[in-house]
Design a binder for this molecule. Structure first.
Ligand SMILES: [Zn+2]
Length: 251
């Protein structure tokens, strides 16, 4: 009996630990993100934040050219180890007026990693971004958008604000077309949205990222016709640093 009680107590502790690690990962789900508008990146109703994950790589140059042609600035969530290898590209992104944010040091799930380890990796990425861009980054988006309890604590420790997205395009899928990217995005293109798009990471197949580039002119035109201004997260009116923003911050 006592053994059974001890076992069930151990099980409860294990369950509590599991929910501490995994519970925040539910923020990946659209229904949870709708309840946490600041975490999802819901900002000013006349703006849409454009964000690009998974760079930088040599193919970031084409994205920079496309954004310059469209006269649009964005937020680049960069992976620390990629930025370390492509520092000049990071500097060019910053010099072009774009915002650089943290997408982890390595592109891997954070599940099962403790606060100390995640903090060290985020601090390393934060310091590199600050050095490359000339200003400390504000935002952290976890790889795959999966937050953990450890990641939330670590982000607060190193002064980064976790943020996900309100609309995505599934543009990381091989052979996706620009039309499919736009069709997936369009229902979420409302004022205040934060859009996540992707750069091809180093070593990705040549076809990866083509649809994103091809979709950008129509995406930006679509937003402007609706009276929405695309831009980086820093101009999106998101306050409540370090908070999940359950109360929201809509203007
Ligand atoms: Zn990613």
């Amino acid at each position: 009996m006592a053994f059974t009680r001890a076992l069930s107590g151990t099980g409860l502790v294990a369950a509590a630990c599991a929910s501490w690690q995994i519970g925040p990962a539910a923020t990946w789900l659209p229904v949870v993100r709708r309840a946490t508008p600041c975490l999802a990146g819901r900002g000013y109703p006349d703006r849409v934040a454009l964000t690009f994950d998974d760079g930088p790589s040599s193919r970031t140059w084409r994205l920079l050219d496309t954004l310059a042609e469209l006269d649009v600035q964005a937020t680049f969530f960069m992976v620390g180890e990629y930025l370390e290898r492509n520092r000049l590209i990071g500097e060019a992104v910053a010099k072009s007026g774009h915002e650089i944010a943290v997408h982890g040091w390595r592109h891997r799930y954070l599940l099962g990693q403790g606060v100390r380890r995640v903090s060290a990796e985020l601090a390393r990425a934060r310091d590199l971004v600050a050095d490359v861009s000339g200003s400390p980054p504000r935002w952290f988006r976890p790889p795959y958008g999966v937050l953990t309890g450890s990641a939330l604590v670590a982000a607060a420790r190193v002064g980064l604000q976790p943020i996900l997205w309100t609309a995505w395009a599934r543009d990381w899928v091989d052979q996706v077309t620009a039309s499919e990217v736009l069709a997936t995005l369009t229902p979420g293109l409302r004022g205040g949205a934060t859009v996540v798009l992707h750069e091809p990471p180093p070593g990705a197949p040549p076809s990866r990222g083509q649809a994103t580039l091809a979709a950008l002119p129509e995406l930006v035109a679509h937003l402007r016709v609706q009276g929405l201004t695309p831009g980086p997260l820093r101009d999106h009116g998101l306050n409540g640093r370090g908070s999940l923003g359950f109360r929201g911050n809509l203007r």
